[in-house]
Design a protein around this ligand. Structure first.
Ligand SMILES: N[C@@H](CCC(=O)N[C@@H](CS)C(=O)NCC(=O)O)C(=O)O
Length: 250
């Protein structure tokens, strides 16, 4: 039998650029200034060196719906497209990435740590609505500390308790500063809460503040924030009616 030369076997040989485009996952996100849900898979993928291309669709603009419709019949970002697989909902995206990259410690390996990590992430995904409603993620401003209501205080107390529990039981047994030691899915799920507590200068205990600084100073978060500060879109729904202490946008 005649041996075929390499390119004869692939008559419709695609260029390596096209091939890369199809092999690389695509993450569809909203504005980095405001899109707390988009930040979660984005920071996770950056922190774990997972290659992806990013498509940013500005929230609350006429182009948002039509452009998003090219990726999903849902109405929210983030959306992950991996070949013929489309995943929406930030936590489902993180679970998909954990399945797709089993060699990466996206969830802790230890079953007890993993159970706590999953419970904390689910609680974040479904809850803390008082804090989320009163203090929208807004990386471009800083606000003065003030009372934000009992429901917000309850959310903050619960979040700090969860962080402390994870650190005491798992993180502090390692030499690394994240909730379970090394950065993982839970840190990604709580990164927007860290940003909110910082932006609105919400009072927290010293150990919670130390953890917040670890996230805020991490390279992946800094990269996201840098890009956010260059954005010019303003989403009125995510702007609270208070005079900011500082405007950080460039
Ligand atoms: N539970 C969803 C929430 C997604 C969500 O609400 N995304 C916001 C942006 S942060 C959005 O797409 N809003 C657009 C809209 O509601 O029109 C998730 O985890 O991904």
């Amino acid at each position: 039998m005649r041996r075929r030369k390499g390119n004869e076997s692939f008559p419709a040989l695609v260029s390596s650029a096209t091939l890369c485009k199809h092999l690389t996952m695509q993450l569809v996100i909203g504005n980095k200034m405001y899109s707390s849900w988009s930040l979660r898979p984005w920071i996770l993928m950056r922190a774990f060196d997972i290659p992806f291309t990013e498509t940013l669709i500005p929230l609350d603009t006429p182009e948002f719906g039509p452009r998003l419709a090219a990726f999903t019949d849902g109405s929210t970002v983030p959306v992950l497209v991996d070949g013929d697989v489309t995943v929406w909902e930030s936590l489902a995206i993180i679970e998909y990435l954990a399945d797709r990259y089993p060699g990466k410690a996206i969830w802790p390996a230890d079953p007890a740590a993993r159970a706590l990590a999953r419970a904390m992430s689910s609680e974040m995904h479904a809850g803390f609505t008082a804090l989320r409603n009163a203090c929208p993620m807004n990386l471009g401003k800083r606000y003065a500390r003030r009372a934000r209501g009992m429901a917000v205080d309850r959310d903050v107390a619960r979040i700090c308790k969860l962080w402390q529990h994870a650190r005491d039981r798992f993180g502090s047994r390692t030499s690394q500063p994240f909730l379970f030691g090394a950065f993982n899915a839970v840190d990604a799920m709580y990164a927007p809460v860290v940003a909110r507590l910082d932006t609105y200068d919400i009072a927290v205990a010293d150990d919670a503040r130390s953890y917040m600084d670890v996230i805020l100073e991490s390279p992946a978060f800094a990269q996201w924030r840098d890009a956010a500060l260059d954005e010019s879109w303003v989403v009125d729904a995510d702007e609270v009616g208070e005079t900011p202490m500082a405007i950080l946008r460039r």
